[in-house]
Design a protein around this ligand. Structure first.
Ligand SMILES: [Zn+2]
Length: 138
């Protein structure tokens, strides 16, 4: 899949589209309270799309229980997620490649038994689950 088409909106336009909490997290890089997210312990089959612009970001088959208090994925759709070093020099921020919405952070090498040994720590509020019948083999 090619990188999604960039979506450019002003912060004023986002304020109209998003709820105040979505705006705080997606546009102002906030973080939802640990353990409170809608998808923290949620394992239905389907896709997780960007709550801001609808770009597909993660497949349910890449979601795993990290115990960290936020939804965790080991891999996003190719080209759907951008990574940026945080100003603190320690963490790596992940954003929607289309609209730039803040998703959370990605951590590497924590020893989770996943194909990538990465943990995409994502705010539930940054994504919207869409049910679907993903092939069980993926
Ligand atoms: Zn987006």
């Amino acid at each position: 899949m090619a990188a999604p088409t960039p979506i450019n909106k002003t912060e004023e336009e986002w304020k109209v589209i998003l709820s105040p909490e979505q705006f705080r997290i997606l546009r102002q890089k906030g973080t939802e309270l640990k353990g409170t997210g809608e998808y923290n312990k949620f394992y239905e089959e389907g896709d997780y799309k960007c709550a801001g612009c609808g770009t597909p970001l993660y497949k349910s088959s890449t979601k795993f229980d990290s115990g960290c208090g936020w939804p965790a994925f080991f891999e996003g759709f190719p080209g759907a997620i951008n990574r940026y070093p945080d100003p603190d020099g320690r963490r790596t921020e992940i954003t929607c490649a289309a609209c730039g919405g803040h998703l959370g952070h990605v951590f590497k090498g924590e020893g989770f038994k996943t194909p990538t040994d990465e943990r995409h720590c994502v705010n539930s509020i940054s994504v919207k689950f869409v049910p679907g019948n993903a092939p069980a083999s993926i």
